[in-house]
Design a protein around this ligand. Structure first.
Ligand code: IMP
Ligand code: MG
Length: 179
């Protein structure tokens, strides 16, 4: 098995690059079909992890659309649920637009909940969520993830944009922590 060492941890390939590309092209077919009659939808890619997924998915999109990149930044306040994160970089016109959020992975769903709450205040016409990966066993929320590339077990993964302590984002395959 192909393996990689990042800092103190060993990872082995769990999702090969070809499989990732296949699920992305299948997701694009659904999105193309659902949005073909809409007026210039806006893709919102959540940095950092989603940059590779966004680039590869976007190449398959066949309707007129825009893309922008946002980031969740922690700020120096905490709530009972942990660190409060604010969405930064929102400057396109969201009001009245069909918005598709692009996420690398939905794990507990806490990040996605915060993104949706904050985006809704900009009054989009519609919001859907597309996530390459989804961990059903870890998910704690009830928002719908409209487009899911793959469901994966509740293990820590890296590669294809996802990192361990900043490392591993450059890997074309996805790797799982070996314990
Ligand atoms: P959530 O808020 O728990 O849903 O986590 C969402 C964010 O945590 C993702 O956008 C990732 O940046 C990160 N994350 C969740 N699971 C993993 C993983 O297995 N490997 C690397 N990053 C992860
Ligand atoms: Mg992320």
């Amino acid at each position: 098995m192909k393996q990689v060492k990042l800092k103190d941890k060993e990872f082995g390939v769990s999702i090969p690059a070809e499989k990732i590309q296949k699920v992305i092209s299948e997701m694009a077919i659904k999105i193309n079909n659902d949005y073909k009659d809409k007026e210039v939808p806006l893709f919102i890619s959540i940095l950092n992890g989603s940059f590779m997924f966004t680039a590869d998915l976007f190449k398959h999109i066949d309707f007129n659309c825009e893309v922008t990149f946002l980031k969740m930044a922690s700020y120096s306040g905490t709530s009972t649920t942990g660190t409060v994160k604010q969405l930064i970089g929102v400057n396109e016109t969201i009001k009245g637009r069909d918005v598709i959020i692009l996420e690398d992975i939905v794990d507990t769903g806490i990040t996605l909940e915060q993104i949706l709450e904050q985006l809704k205040t900009f009054e989009p016409l519609s919001i859907k969520v597309a996530s390459l990966l989804y961990k059903p066993e870890a998910y704690q929320k009830d928002m719908t993830v409209d487009y899911i590339g793959m469901e994966i077990p509740n293990d820590f993964i890296v590669g294809y944009g996802l990192d361990y302590d900043g490392l591993g984002r450059n890997l074309a395959d996805i790797y799982t922590l070996i314990d």
